[in-house]
Design a protein around this ligand. Structure first.
Ligand SMILES: [Ca+2]
Ligand SMILES: [Ca+2]
Length: 313
């Protein structure tokens, strides 16, 4: 191997020597401008390599610059994304908090609605009970009115029976000369009996008292009856059985008002509203001088009851 290597080196040195020789011989053979040209070519090659290197440096610089910009953009994007993420998380937390508040409010409202619903049910139940109670009371009131009417009829019948008995007794005492009579403490005049009160009541209360006695508030049929009443009533305001509460003027016993006797004071009846008691004036009474006036029915005045004389049986 050593021998081969030495031979090989020898062969190579021989070739080099030959080339150098050839080169020397060829160089020495070229003219001077050709050498310069060769030098220039080498120089241009160097310049080209240098330019290429510069170009590569520029390209690398540009790429590096761009890479740096990309990194900056990437960093900015990361920051922006981080900020966006933070803001989004904050918004989500805020929305979650608001959602919880809304849930609590919704629950509170539901509870309130439920409370109101129960109150409404209670009120409805109360109203139903009230309606039922009202119906029961109305029924009881009707029953009481019916019972009251029946009781009034019984009392009136008892009063009639008592009068009949009294008249019978009077007839017996006078040996059959008494054919008619008035109740005890009643005054007799022209076939009627009259009772003059010593107390005062409203028109409707006075009317009820007369009905219990099987009588009615006095009906004035003539000037003579007017004079009789005036002579016994003194100067007190006194109710009579004349009213226009439910329409035109009418007497309680059905006597015709338009065709009948009248004794109104001047400018009466005037249905005066200036008294301040509500409404006008719907009930007639004797004034202090006996002439008639319409007045408020709720005022308390004395009154006169009238009934027909009973025949003794
Ligand atoms: Ca009369
Ligand atoms: Ca009047």
């Amino acid at each position: 191997m050593t021998m081969a290597y030495e031979n090989f080196q020898d062969v190579g040195s021989d070739e080099k020597t030959q080339k150098i020789d050839k080169g020397t011989s060829s160089f020495s053979a070229l003219p001077f401008p050709s050498a310069v040209w060769n030098i220039c070519s080498v120089f241009r090659l160097l310049l080209f390599s240098l330019g290429l290197g510069l170009l590569l440096l520029v390209v690398v610089g540009i790429i590096g610059s761009q890479n740096s910009q990309v990194q900056k953009d990437l960093l900015m994007l990361r920051r922006n994304f981080s900020n966006f993420t933070s803001d989004t998380m904050a918004n989500i937390q805020e929305l979650t908090s608001k959602g919880h508040s809304l849930q609590e409010m919704t629950k509170s409202l539901k509870d309130e609605v439920e409370d109101h619903r129960q109150e409404l049910q209670t009120i409805r139940s109360f109203n139903q009970n009230m309606a039922s109670l009202k119906s029961t009371l109305e029924k009881k009131e009707e029953e009481l009115k019916t019972e009251q009417s029946a009781m009034l009829l019984k009392i009136q019948q008892l009063v009639k029976d008592l009068r009949t008995v009294n008249c019978g007794l009077a007839d017996l005492r006078r040996n059959g000369s008494v054919k008619t009579c008035c109740p005890l403490h009643w005054l007799e005049y022209d076939g009627s009996c009259y009772w003059f009160s010593q107390s005062e009541k409203s028109w409707s209360e006075a009317d009820k008292v007369c009905q219990l006695e099987d009588a009615y508030l006095v009906v004035v049929n003539s000037q003579e009856e007017q004079n009789f009443i005036k002579s016994h009533k003194s100067t007190f305001n006194t109710w009579m059985g004349l009213t226009d509460q439910n329409g035109p003027w009418r007497w309680l016993d059905g006597t015709d008002y338009k065709q009948g006797f009248k004794n109104w004071a001047p400018d009466q009846p005037d249905n005066w509203y200036g008294h301040g008691l509500g409404g006008g004036e719907d009930c007639a009474h004797f004034t202090s001088d006996g002439r008639w006036n319409d007045d408020v029915c709720q005022r308390s005045y004395r009154w006169v009851c009238e009934t027909k004389m009973d025949k003794a049986s």
